[in-house]
Design a protein around this ligand. Structure first.
Ligand SMILES: [Ca+2]
Length: 343
């Protein structure tokens, strides 16, 4: 970067000298060439500056919004510490947002760079602004994570707009978030996919469920859920478990999304989202709700089964400790060569 600056300064000086000389002699062609070189160097400088910004962000896993909101919350931080000078530096850079986002999801990023797990920007389709996601590069690699529960610090009982746009923290590996229905719609619309749901109870036991071709429609259809074949060990709780009665009341295939301020469920007497303290796809109401109320220690009691629930594994009255929902292409040669992740 320093070399570029010095070169630009030298060329500027030469062009000034030359322009003074034009009155005496003809150095027009040289001047034009110099101007073109300056322009090229200026462009290189802009791209270089943006690369530094990009790498700095990813090194510290700093999302756009969080950086700004941290600054808003701590205006006294602007005292020349490395942290605040970073923020100032990033804000002053030119907008070149789309230059460095090559990947439509974490699987492409994994194929290209074999990078570690962390927050990266992706762009599922070219008509969309890039956005920040957590990429799980373990478990075979290439997973784009769209839901995570870890410690209960993020409130998941929210309105439609929050669920549409996404919420939570996007900084640390164990942060909790919902990527947002709008982002999920574009992410899940690309080709055939495989969604993996990772679950952990309060004794550290783990289980999982796979769903092929997991999709949600757009907002005009209230982000209706559709999915294909189930496999895994935790049971097909999205479909409601075994019996016809259970499926009639809790099969979530074909259900629209509901939040506490938008009741799109089939429960006529009330609102599943309000009862279950969550935005989710509800029928009458559910056998799986990973956005439910976070209860510590698993077994809970309440007026309704409103915990973080995967009914076919731990029942409706057990609230899980860790959950992750993540997606990658159905056909994907992962780090272990199996294409299926941890079974
Ligand atoms: Ca209802």
């Amino acid at each position: 970067m320093g070399i570029l600056l010095r070169l630009t300064a030298v060329l500027l000086l030469m062009s000034l000298m030359c322009s003074a000389m034009t009155q005496m002699s003809s150095c027009g062609p040289e001047l034009a060439a110099l101007k073109r070189n300056i322009k090229k160097l200026e462009n290189k400088l802009v791209i270089g500056a943006w690369r530094v910004e990009y790498l700095t962000r990813h090194k510290y896993s700093r999302p756009f919004q969080s950086t700004l909101s941290n600054e808003d919350q701590n205006p006294q931080m602007d005292n020349g510490t490395s942290d605040s000078s970073n923020v100032t530096h990033m804000n002053s850079l030119p907008p070149a947002g789309s230059l460095m986002v090559h990947d439509k999801d974490c699987s492409e990023l994994f194929d290209r760079l074999r990078c570690p797990s962390g927050f990266y920007r992706i762009r599922p389709n070219l008509h969309q602004e890039p956005f920040l996601v957590y990429c799980d590069m373990e478990d075979g690699g290439g997973w784009t994570v769209f839901q995570k529960r870890r410690h209960g610090r993020v409130d998941f009982n929210r309105d439609w707009v929050d669920y549409r746009d996404g919420f939570g923290d996007f900084k640390l590996w164990n942060d909790e978030f919902w990527l947002g229905n709008e982002h999920m719609h574009s992410l899940l619309s690309e080709g055939k996919n495989l969604v993996k749901i990772d679950l952990m109870d309060w004794d550290g036991q783990r289980s999982h469920a796979f769903y092929e071709n997991f999709r949600i429609t757009d907002e005009s259809d209230k982000y209706r859920l559709q999915y294909g074949m189930y496999s895994g060990r935790a049971g097909d709780a999205l479909t409601g478990g075994g019996g016809m009665v259970e499926q009639w009341s809790s099969c979530l295939s074909g259900m629209q999304f509901s939040t506490r301020d938008q009741d799109n469920d089939r429960y006529i007497q009330g609102s599943c989202a309000q009862e279950n303290k969550a935005g989710w796809w509800f029928n009458r109401c559910h056998a799986a709700n990973l956005n439910g109320k976070f209860y510590r220690n698993g077994i809970y009691t309440g007026q309704s089964d409103n915990g973080v629930v995967w009914g076919t594994w731990k029942g409706l009255w057990y609230s899980l400790r860790h959950t992750t929902m993540k997606v990658r292409p159905l056909v994907f040669l992962d780090a272990m060569g199996s294409g299926a992740g941890e079974m």
